[in-house]
Design a protein around this ligand. Structure first.
Ligand SMILES: [Zn+2]
Ligand SMILES: [Zn+2]
Length: 165
């Protein structure tokens, strides 16, 4: 809904996909260019490109194999649950070249590109098997832990730590 001042402010602000800092639209950048912009600076752009080159250049066959495990729906608000192998915590697991990856991370990579170093893919929907890219966002490991504490999911881990010590 255009009109309110708040809407106009948020439309001019984005979160950089590399450094996660909030940046605003410079006046010389047109709205069209702004629509495509997702990095705050040329420094972040070169980091992004470097990671993109480094990232697994997944073959089409791997992509097809991945999405076959996903119960996709046309409704982008709904969770798309992973139908393949899952970890104890319920996260989807997917093998590429004999290495096992978290399905939500692969889903992010296929949709948006590589996950920057030091960041992890988190769920907005708090549903571990979900790989709907619309429900995923990037955060730090610390975000993940505090997010889990807030949602009370870390209880069993706390107990496990107790037993281990
Ligand atoms: Zn940045
Ligand atoms: Zn979801």
């Amino acid at each position: 809904m255009p009109g309110s001042v708040n809407d106009r402010i948020t439309l001019d602000m984005k979160v950089c996909k590399v450094c996660l800092s909030v940046f605003t639209r410079p006046h010389r950048v047109s709205f069209e260019q702004w629509d495509r912009r997702f990095l705050c600076s040329s420094r972040c752009r070169s980091t992004w490109n470097r990671q993109k080159r480094k990232s697994y250049n997944l073959k089409q066959s791997t992509k097809d194999r991945f999405w076959k495990f996903v119960h996709e729906t046309n409704d982008h608000n709904q969770c798309w649950e992973w139908q393949g192998y899952k970890s104890v915590e319920g996260y989807g697991r997917f093998q590429i070249h004999n290495r096992t990856h978290t399905a939500s991370k692969v889903a992010w990579t296929l949709t948006h590109g590589p996950v920057p170093e030091g960041l992890c893919v988190l769920h907005r929907c708090d549903n571990p098997p979900c790989v709907n890219p619309n429900h995923l966002f990037l955060g730090t490991v610390k975000d993940n832990v505090s997010d889990m504490w807030e949602k009370g999911r870390a209880h069993w881990q706390k107990n496990a730590l107790h037993m281990a010590s």
